[in-house]
Design a protein around this ligand. Structure first.
Ligand code: SAM
Length: 233
């Protein structure tokens, strides 16, 4: 795959657990790929600014947070939901880093760790936090709520862009059942999308989209992942 938007850069400031919060079992999405999918979605979106971005399987909010930092000029609001209530606490903390106040709180937390443990990794984390704070041009609005993405999602606003990294591999990873699970997810997303909403859905190579309510704009394979860019048909 040829990257059009994801720069080949050093993304170590975004390493999970350094400044962004991490808990066991949380997956991390490759930053360059996230940026590529967002860039392609934005290309198809008629709206280019004040974008409302939604992730319906947001986990700890890593993907949303990273995109929030890297797309300050086009993003207005980030929204995440997940079925797992516990992980949403981490998502909330991560999304709070997209505000100056949230980042200052995190810097103070890291400073306390430096005092307590005198570790080089904490000093590096503080430098990363200061660099990430430098990316903030405005306090990003965010919202996190619990929802089963395979059922009706209660969201009043129609997101401009939906990007989601669906649970991989074994269908048992889904807290739902049945085959064609990605299509069931798309059925839910259909209800909360507008005709202008652009969907970037990332899945494992074994998962397929067969939902004829959507038009496929792009399809790419990258390593063990595939992603598709879709719009309502
Ligand atoms: C691959 S992870 C997503 C990681 C996330 N993009 C991030 O940046 O941290 C998949 C997530 O889907 C969630 N999930 C599983 N079944 C779900 C369902 N039926 N509805 C909503 N979320 C679900 C899991 O709890 C998990 O957090």
């Amino acid at each position: 795959m040829k990257y059009r938007y994801g720069k080949n850069a050093n993304y170590e400031n975004f390493s999970s657990g350094r400044v962004l919060y991490h808990i066991k079992g949380m997956t991390n999405f490759p930053v360059r790929l996230a940026q590529e999918i967002y860039g392609r979605c934005l290309e198809y979106s008629p709206k280019k600014q004040d974008i409302c971005l939604y992730d319906c399987c947001c986990g700890g909010g890593y993907l949303l947070t990273v995109l929030g930092f890297l797309n300050q000029d086009s993003l207005g609001r980030v929204i995440g939901s997940d079925i797992d209530l516990e992980i949403l606490d981490v998502a909330k903390k991560n999304l709070s880093l997209l505000t100056r106040e949230g980042m200052d709180r995190r810097i103070r937390e890291i400073e306390e760790m430096i005092v307590s443990f005198n570790k080089e990794s904490h000093r590096e984390a503080k430098n990363s936090a200061i660099r990430l704070k430098g990316l903030i041009k405005k306090d990003m609005e965010s919202l996190v709520f619990q929802a089963d993405a395979l059922k009706a999602i209660e969201l009043d606003i129609k997101p401009d862009i939906i990007i989601t990294d669906v649970p991989y591999g074994n269908l048992v990873d889904w807290k739902g059942e049945e085959q064609y699970i990605v299509d069931r997810l798309l059925d839910s997303l259909y209800q909360i999308s507008s005709p202008a909403s652009i969907i970037g859905i990332c899945m494992d190579k074994g998962q397929k989209v067969r939902n004829d309510k959507f038009i496929r704009l792009e399809r790419e394979k990258i390593g063990k992942r595939r992603f598709e860019i879709l719009r309502k048909g």
